[in-house]
Design a protein around this ligand. Structure first.
Ligand code: ATP
Ligand code: MG
Length: 391
C-alpha cells in the first residue's frame, strides 16, 4: 500500500553525534510543515532513515508540496509498504508494486535489495535476482539493464518491506534550527526576502526587523512586509518580526545632515537598531539583501560605511548576484508577486537627488556627530515603541 514517504537527506555535516541533532531538527521541521495540512502524519527516524507515514484524509500533492518547503530534504520517495512474511509473499508484493506504478510502461529496470532484517532467508543478491526474474516474466514491456536502468526498484526488507523507485526532488540545505539564528533586515523589496530564505536554507532560524515611517509610508506597506515575512516563514518556520517606527530618526537626519548622505546615515541607524534587537534575541548575525553596486548605497564604499556602524557579522547572501538571478529565486520561492506590489518604501521617500556613491567613513561620522544630544533619545524611543508581530 502507498502510505509512506522515505525522506532522503544530505550527508554533509552530519557525521558523528551531529547526525542526531540533524535528524531531530529535520523531523521537527517536517512535523511543523505537515501540521498545516489535512491528514494524520507520523514522522519517524531510524538508522539513517526518516519516514513519514500518512493516514486519514491526506492528499498526495499537498503533502509533497509541504515537504518541498522543508530545508534539509534532498529527495522525497513515495514508498509502498508491505507486511511480507516470506519470499513468495515478497514476489507477490513486488508484482503488485510494478502493476500499480508501471503497468504498460516500456522501460529498462534493475532491482536493488537491502536486507536489514537478517532473519529473512537468502542474500540480497539472490533476492534481487528472484524479484527481477518475476518482474521480467510478468511484464513483457520491462527489460533488465543492470548498468543504466530507467527504473531502479529499491526493496528494503526491515520489519516491514518498503518498495520505491521514484525520487521527487527536495530543496536541499540544512534543517532550520541546526545553525543558530539571525536577524533579517526585511524591507518590502525583492531582495531581502530572498536573502532571508537563503540564510534559512543553511539551517539558520530567523527573526526580522522592518523600519517604517508613518505617515510617509502606509499601513498597507507594512502589511506587505508582514505578508513577505509569512511567505519566508513557510520555509524558515516561526519569525518574530520587529516593526520599528523610524520616522523621527529620519526627520532628525533630514534636518541635520547633508542630504546626499541621508541614505547612508539612515542605513547606519537601521543597522544599529537591528543589532540591538539581534543581541537581545541571541542572534548570531544580521542579514541584508544587499548586492554589490546595485544602488548608490550598495557600492563597496557604501557597504564599508554601513558595516562600520555595527560589530556583529552582517551576512549578505546576495552579494554577488545580478538582479535577474535574485528575481528568479523570488519567483521560485513565492515572494516575487508580493514584493512587486507598489507601496512606498522609507528608503525612497527621503532619498536625495544625488546621493554619495563613495562615502568616506570619517566624513559620515562627522555628519552624524551633529545628531548627538537628540538622536540617542529618538533611538531609545524607536526601540521602546517597536511593535512585535509573531509570524
Ligand atoms: P530590497 O529589495 O531588499 O528592499 P533594495 O534593492 O531596495 O533591497 P536597499 O533599499 O538599499 O536595497 O536596501 C538594502 C537592504 O537593506 C535591504 O535588502 C534590506 O535588507 C535592508 N533594508 C532596506 N530598507 C529597509 C527597511 N525599511 N526595513 C528593514 N530593512 C531594510
Ligand atoms: Mg528596498
Amino acid at each position: 500500500m502507498f502510505d509512506t514517504y522515505l525522506i532522503k537527506y544530505g550527508e554533509i555535516g552530519i557525521k558523528g553525534k551531529n547526525r542526531h541533532v540533524f535528524e531531530d531538527a529535520l523531523a521537527k521541521q517536517i512535523r511543523l510543515a505537515l501540521e498545516k495540512i489535512s491528514g494524520e502524519f507520523t514522522v519517524r527516524h531510524e538508522r539513517g532513515r526518516v519516514y513519514v507515514h500518512c493516514a486519514g484524509s491526506w492528499d498526495e500533492s499537498e503533502t509533497v508540496t509541504a515537504l518541498q518547503h522543508v530545508f534539509g530534504i534532498v529527495g522525497i520517495c513515495p514508498v509502498h509498504t508491505y507486511e511480507t512474511a516470506d519470499m513468495d509473499a515478497l514476489k507477490r508484493d513486488m508484482l503488485d508494486y510494478v502493476e500499480q506504478e508501471y503497468a504498460g510502461t516500456k522501460a529498462t529496470y534493475k532491482v536493488k535489495v537491502r536486507r536489514v532484517d537478517k532473519e529473512f532467508p537468502g542474500t540480497s543478491m539472490e533476492i534481487a535476482a528472484d524479484l527481477g526474474e518475476a518482474v521480467l516474466n510478468r511484464f513483457p514491456d520491462l527489460t533488465v539493464d543492470v548498468h543504466n536502468p530507467d527504473i531502479l526498484f529499491d526493496v528494503e526488507i526491515r520489519d516491514t518491506v518498503y518498495i520505491y523507485s521514484k525520487i521527487i526532488p527536495g530543496l536541499g540545505g540544512m534543517p532550520v534550527g541546526t545553525n543558530g539564528s539571525a536577524m533579517l533586515c526585511l524591507s518590502g523589496g525583492i531582495d531581502s526576502p530572498v536573502a532571508g530564505w537563503m540564510i534559512a536554507k543553511r539551517g539558520v532560524s530567523l527573526d526580522a526587523v522592518y523600519f517604517h515611517a508613518p505617515p510617509y509610508t502606509s499601513e498597507r506597506a507594512k502589511e506587505k512586509v508582514v505578508d513577505l515575512a509569512r511567505a519566508v516563514s513557510k520555509y524558515a518556520g516561526p519569525i518574530r518580526l520587529h516593526i520599528v517606527n523610524f520616522t523621527d530618526i529620519q526627520l532628525a537626519i533630514y534636518d541635520t545632515c547633508p542630504h546626499e548622505e541621508l541614505t547612508i546615515i539612515m542605513r547606519r541607524y537601521m543597522m544599529r537598531i537591528a543589532e540591538h534587537f539581534a543581541e537581545k534575541r541571541g542572534n548570531l548575525g544580521i542579514v541584508t539583501g544587499e548586492s554589490i553596486g546595485q544602488v548608490a548605497s550598495q557600492t563597496m564604499q557604501s557597504l564599508l560605511t554601513t558595516n562600520a556602524a555595527v560589530s556583529m557579522p552582517v551576512y549578505r547572501p546576495l552579494i554577488g548576484f545580478d538582479k535577474n538571478e535574485i528575481v528568479e529565486i523570488a519567483e521560485k520561492i513565492g515572494t516575487y508577486e508580493t514584493s512587486i506590489l507598489p507601496y512606498e518604501d522609507c528608503c525612497t521617500i527621503f532619498v536625495a537627488k544625488h546621493p554619495v556613491t563613495k562615502p568616506i567613513l570619517s566624513i559620515i561620522e562627522r555628519s552624524e556627530a551633529k545628531l548627538k544630544g537628540k538622536i540617542e533619545e529618538l533611538v531609545d524611543e524607536a526601540v521602546r515603541t517597536t511593535e512585535i508581530v509573531r509570524i
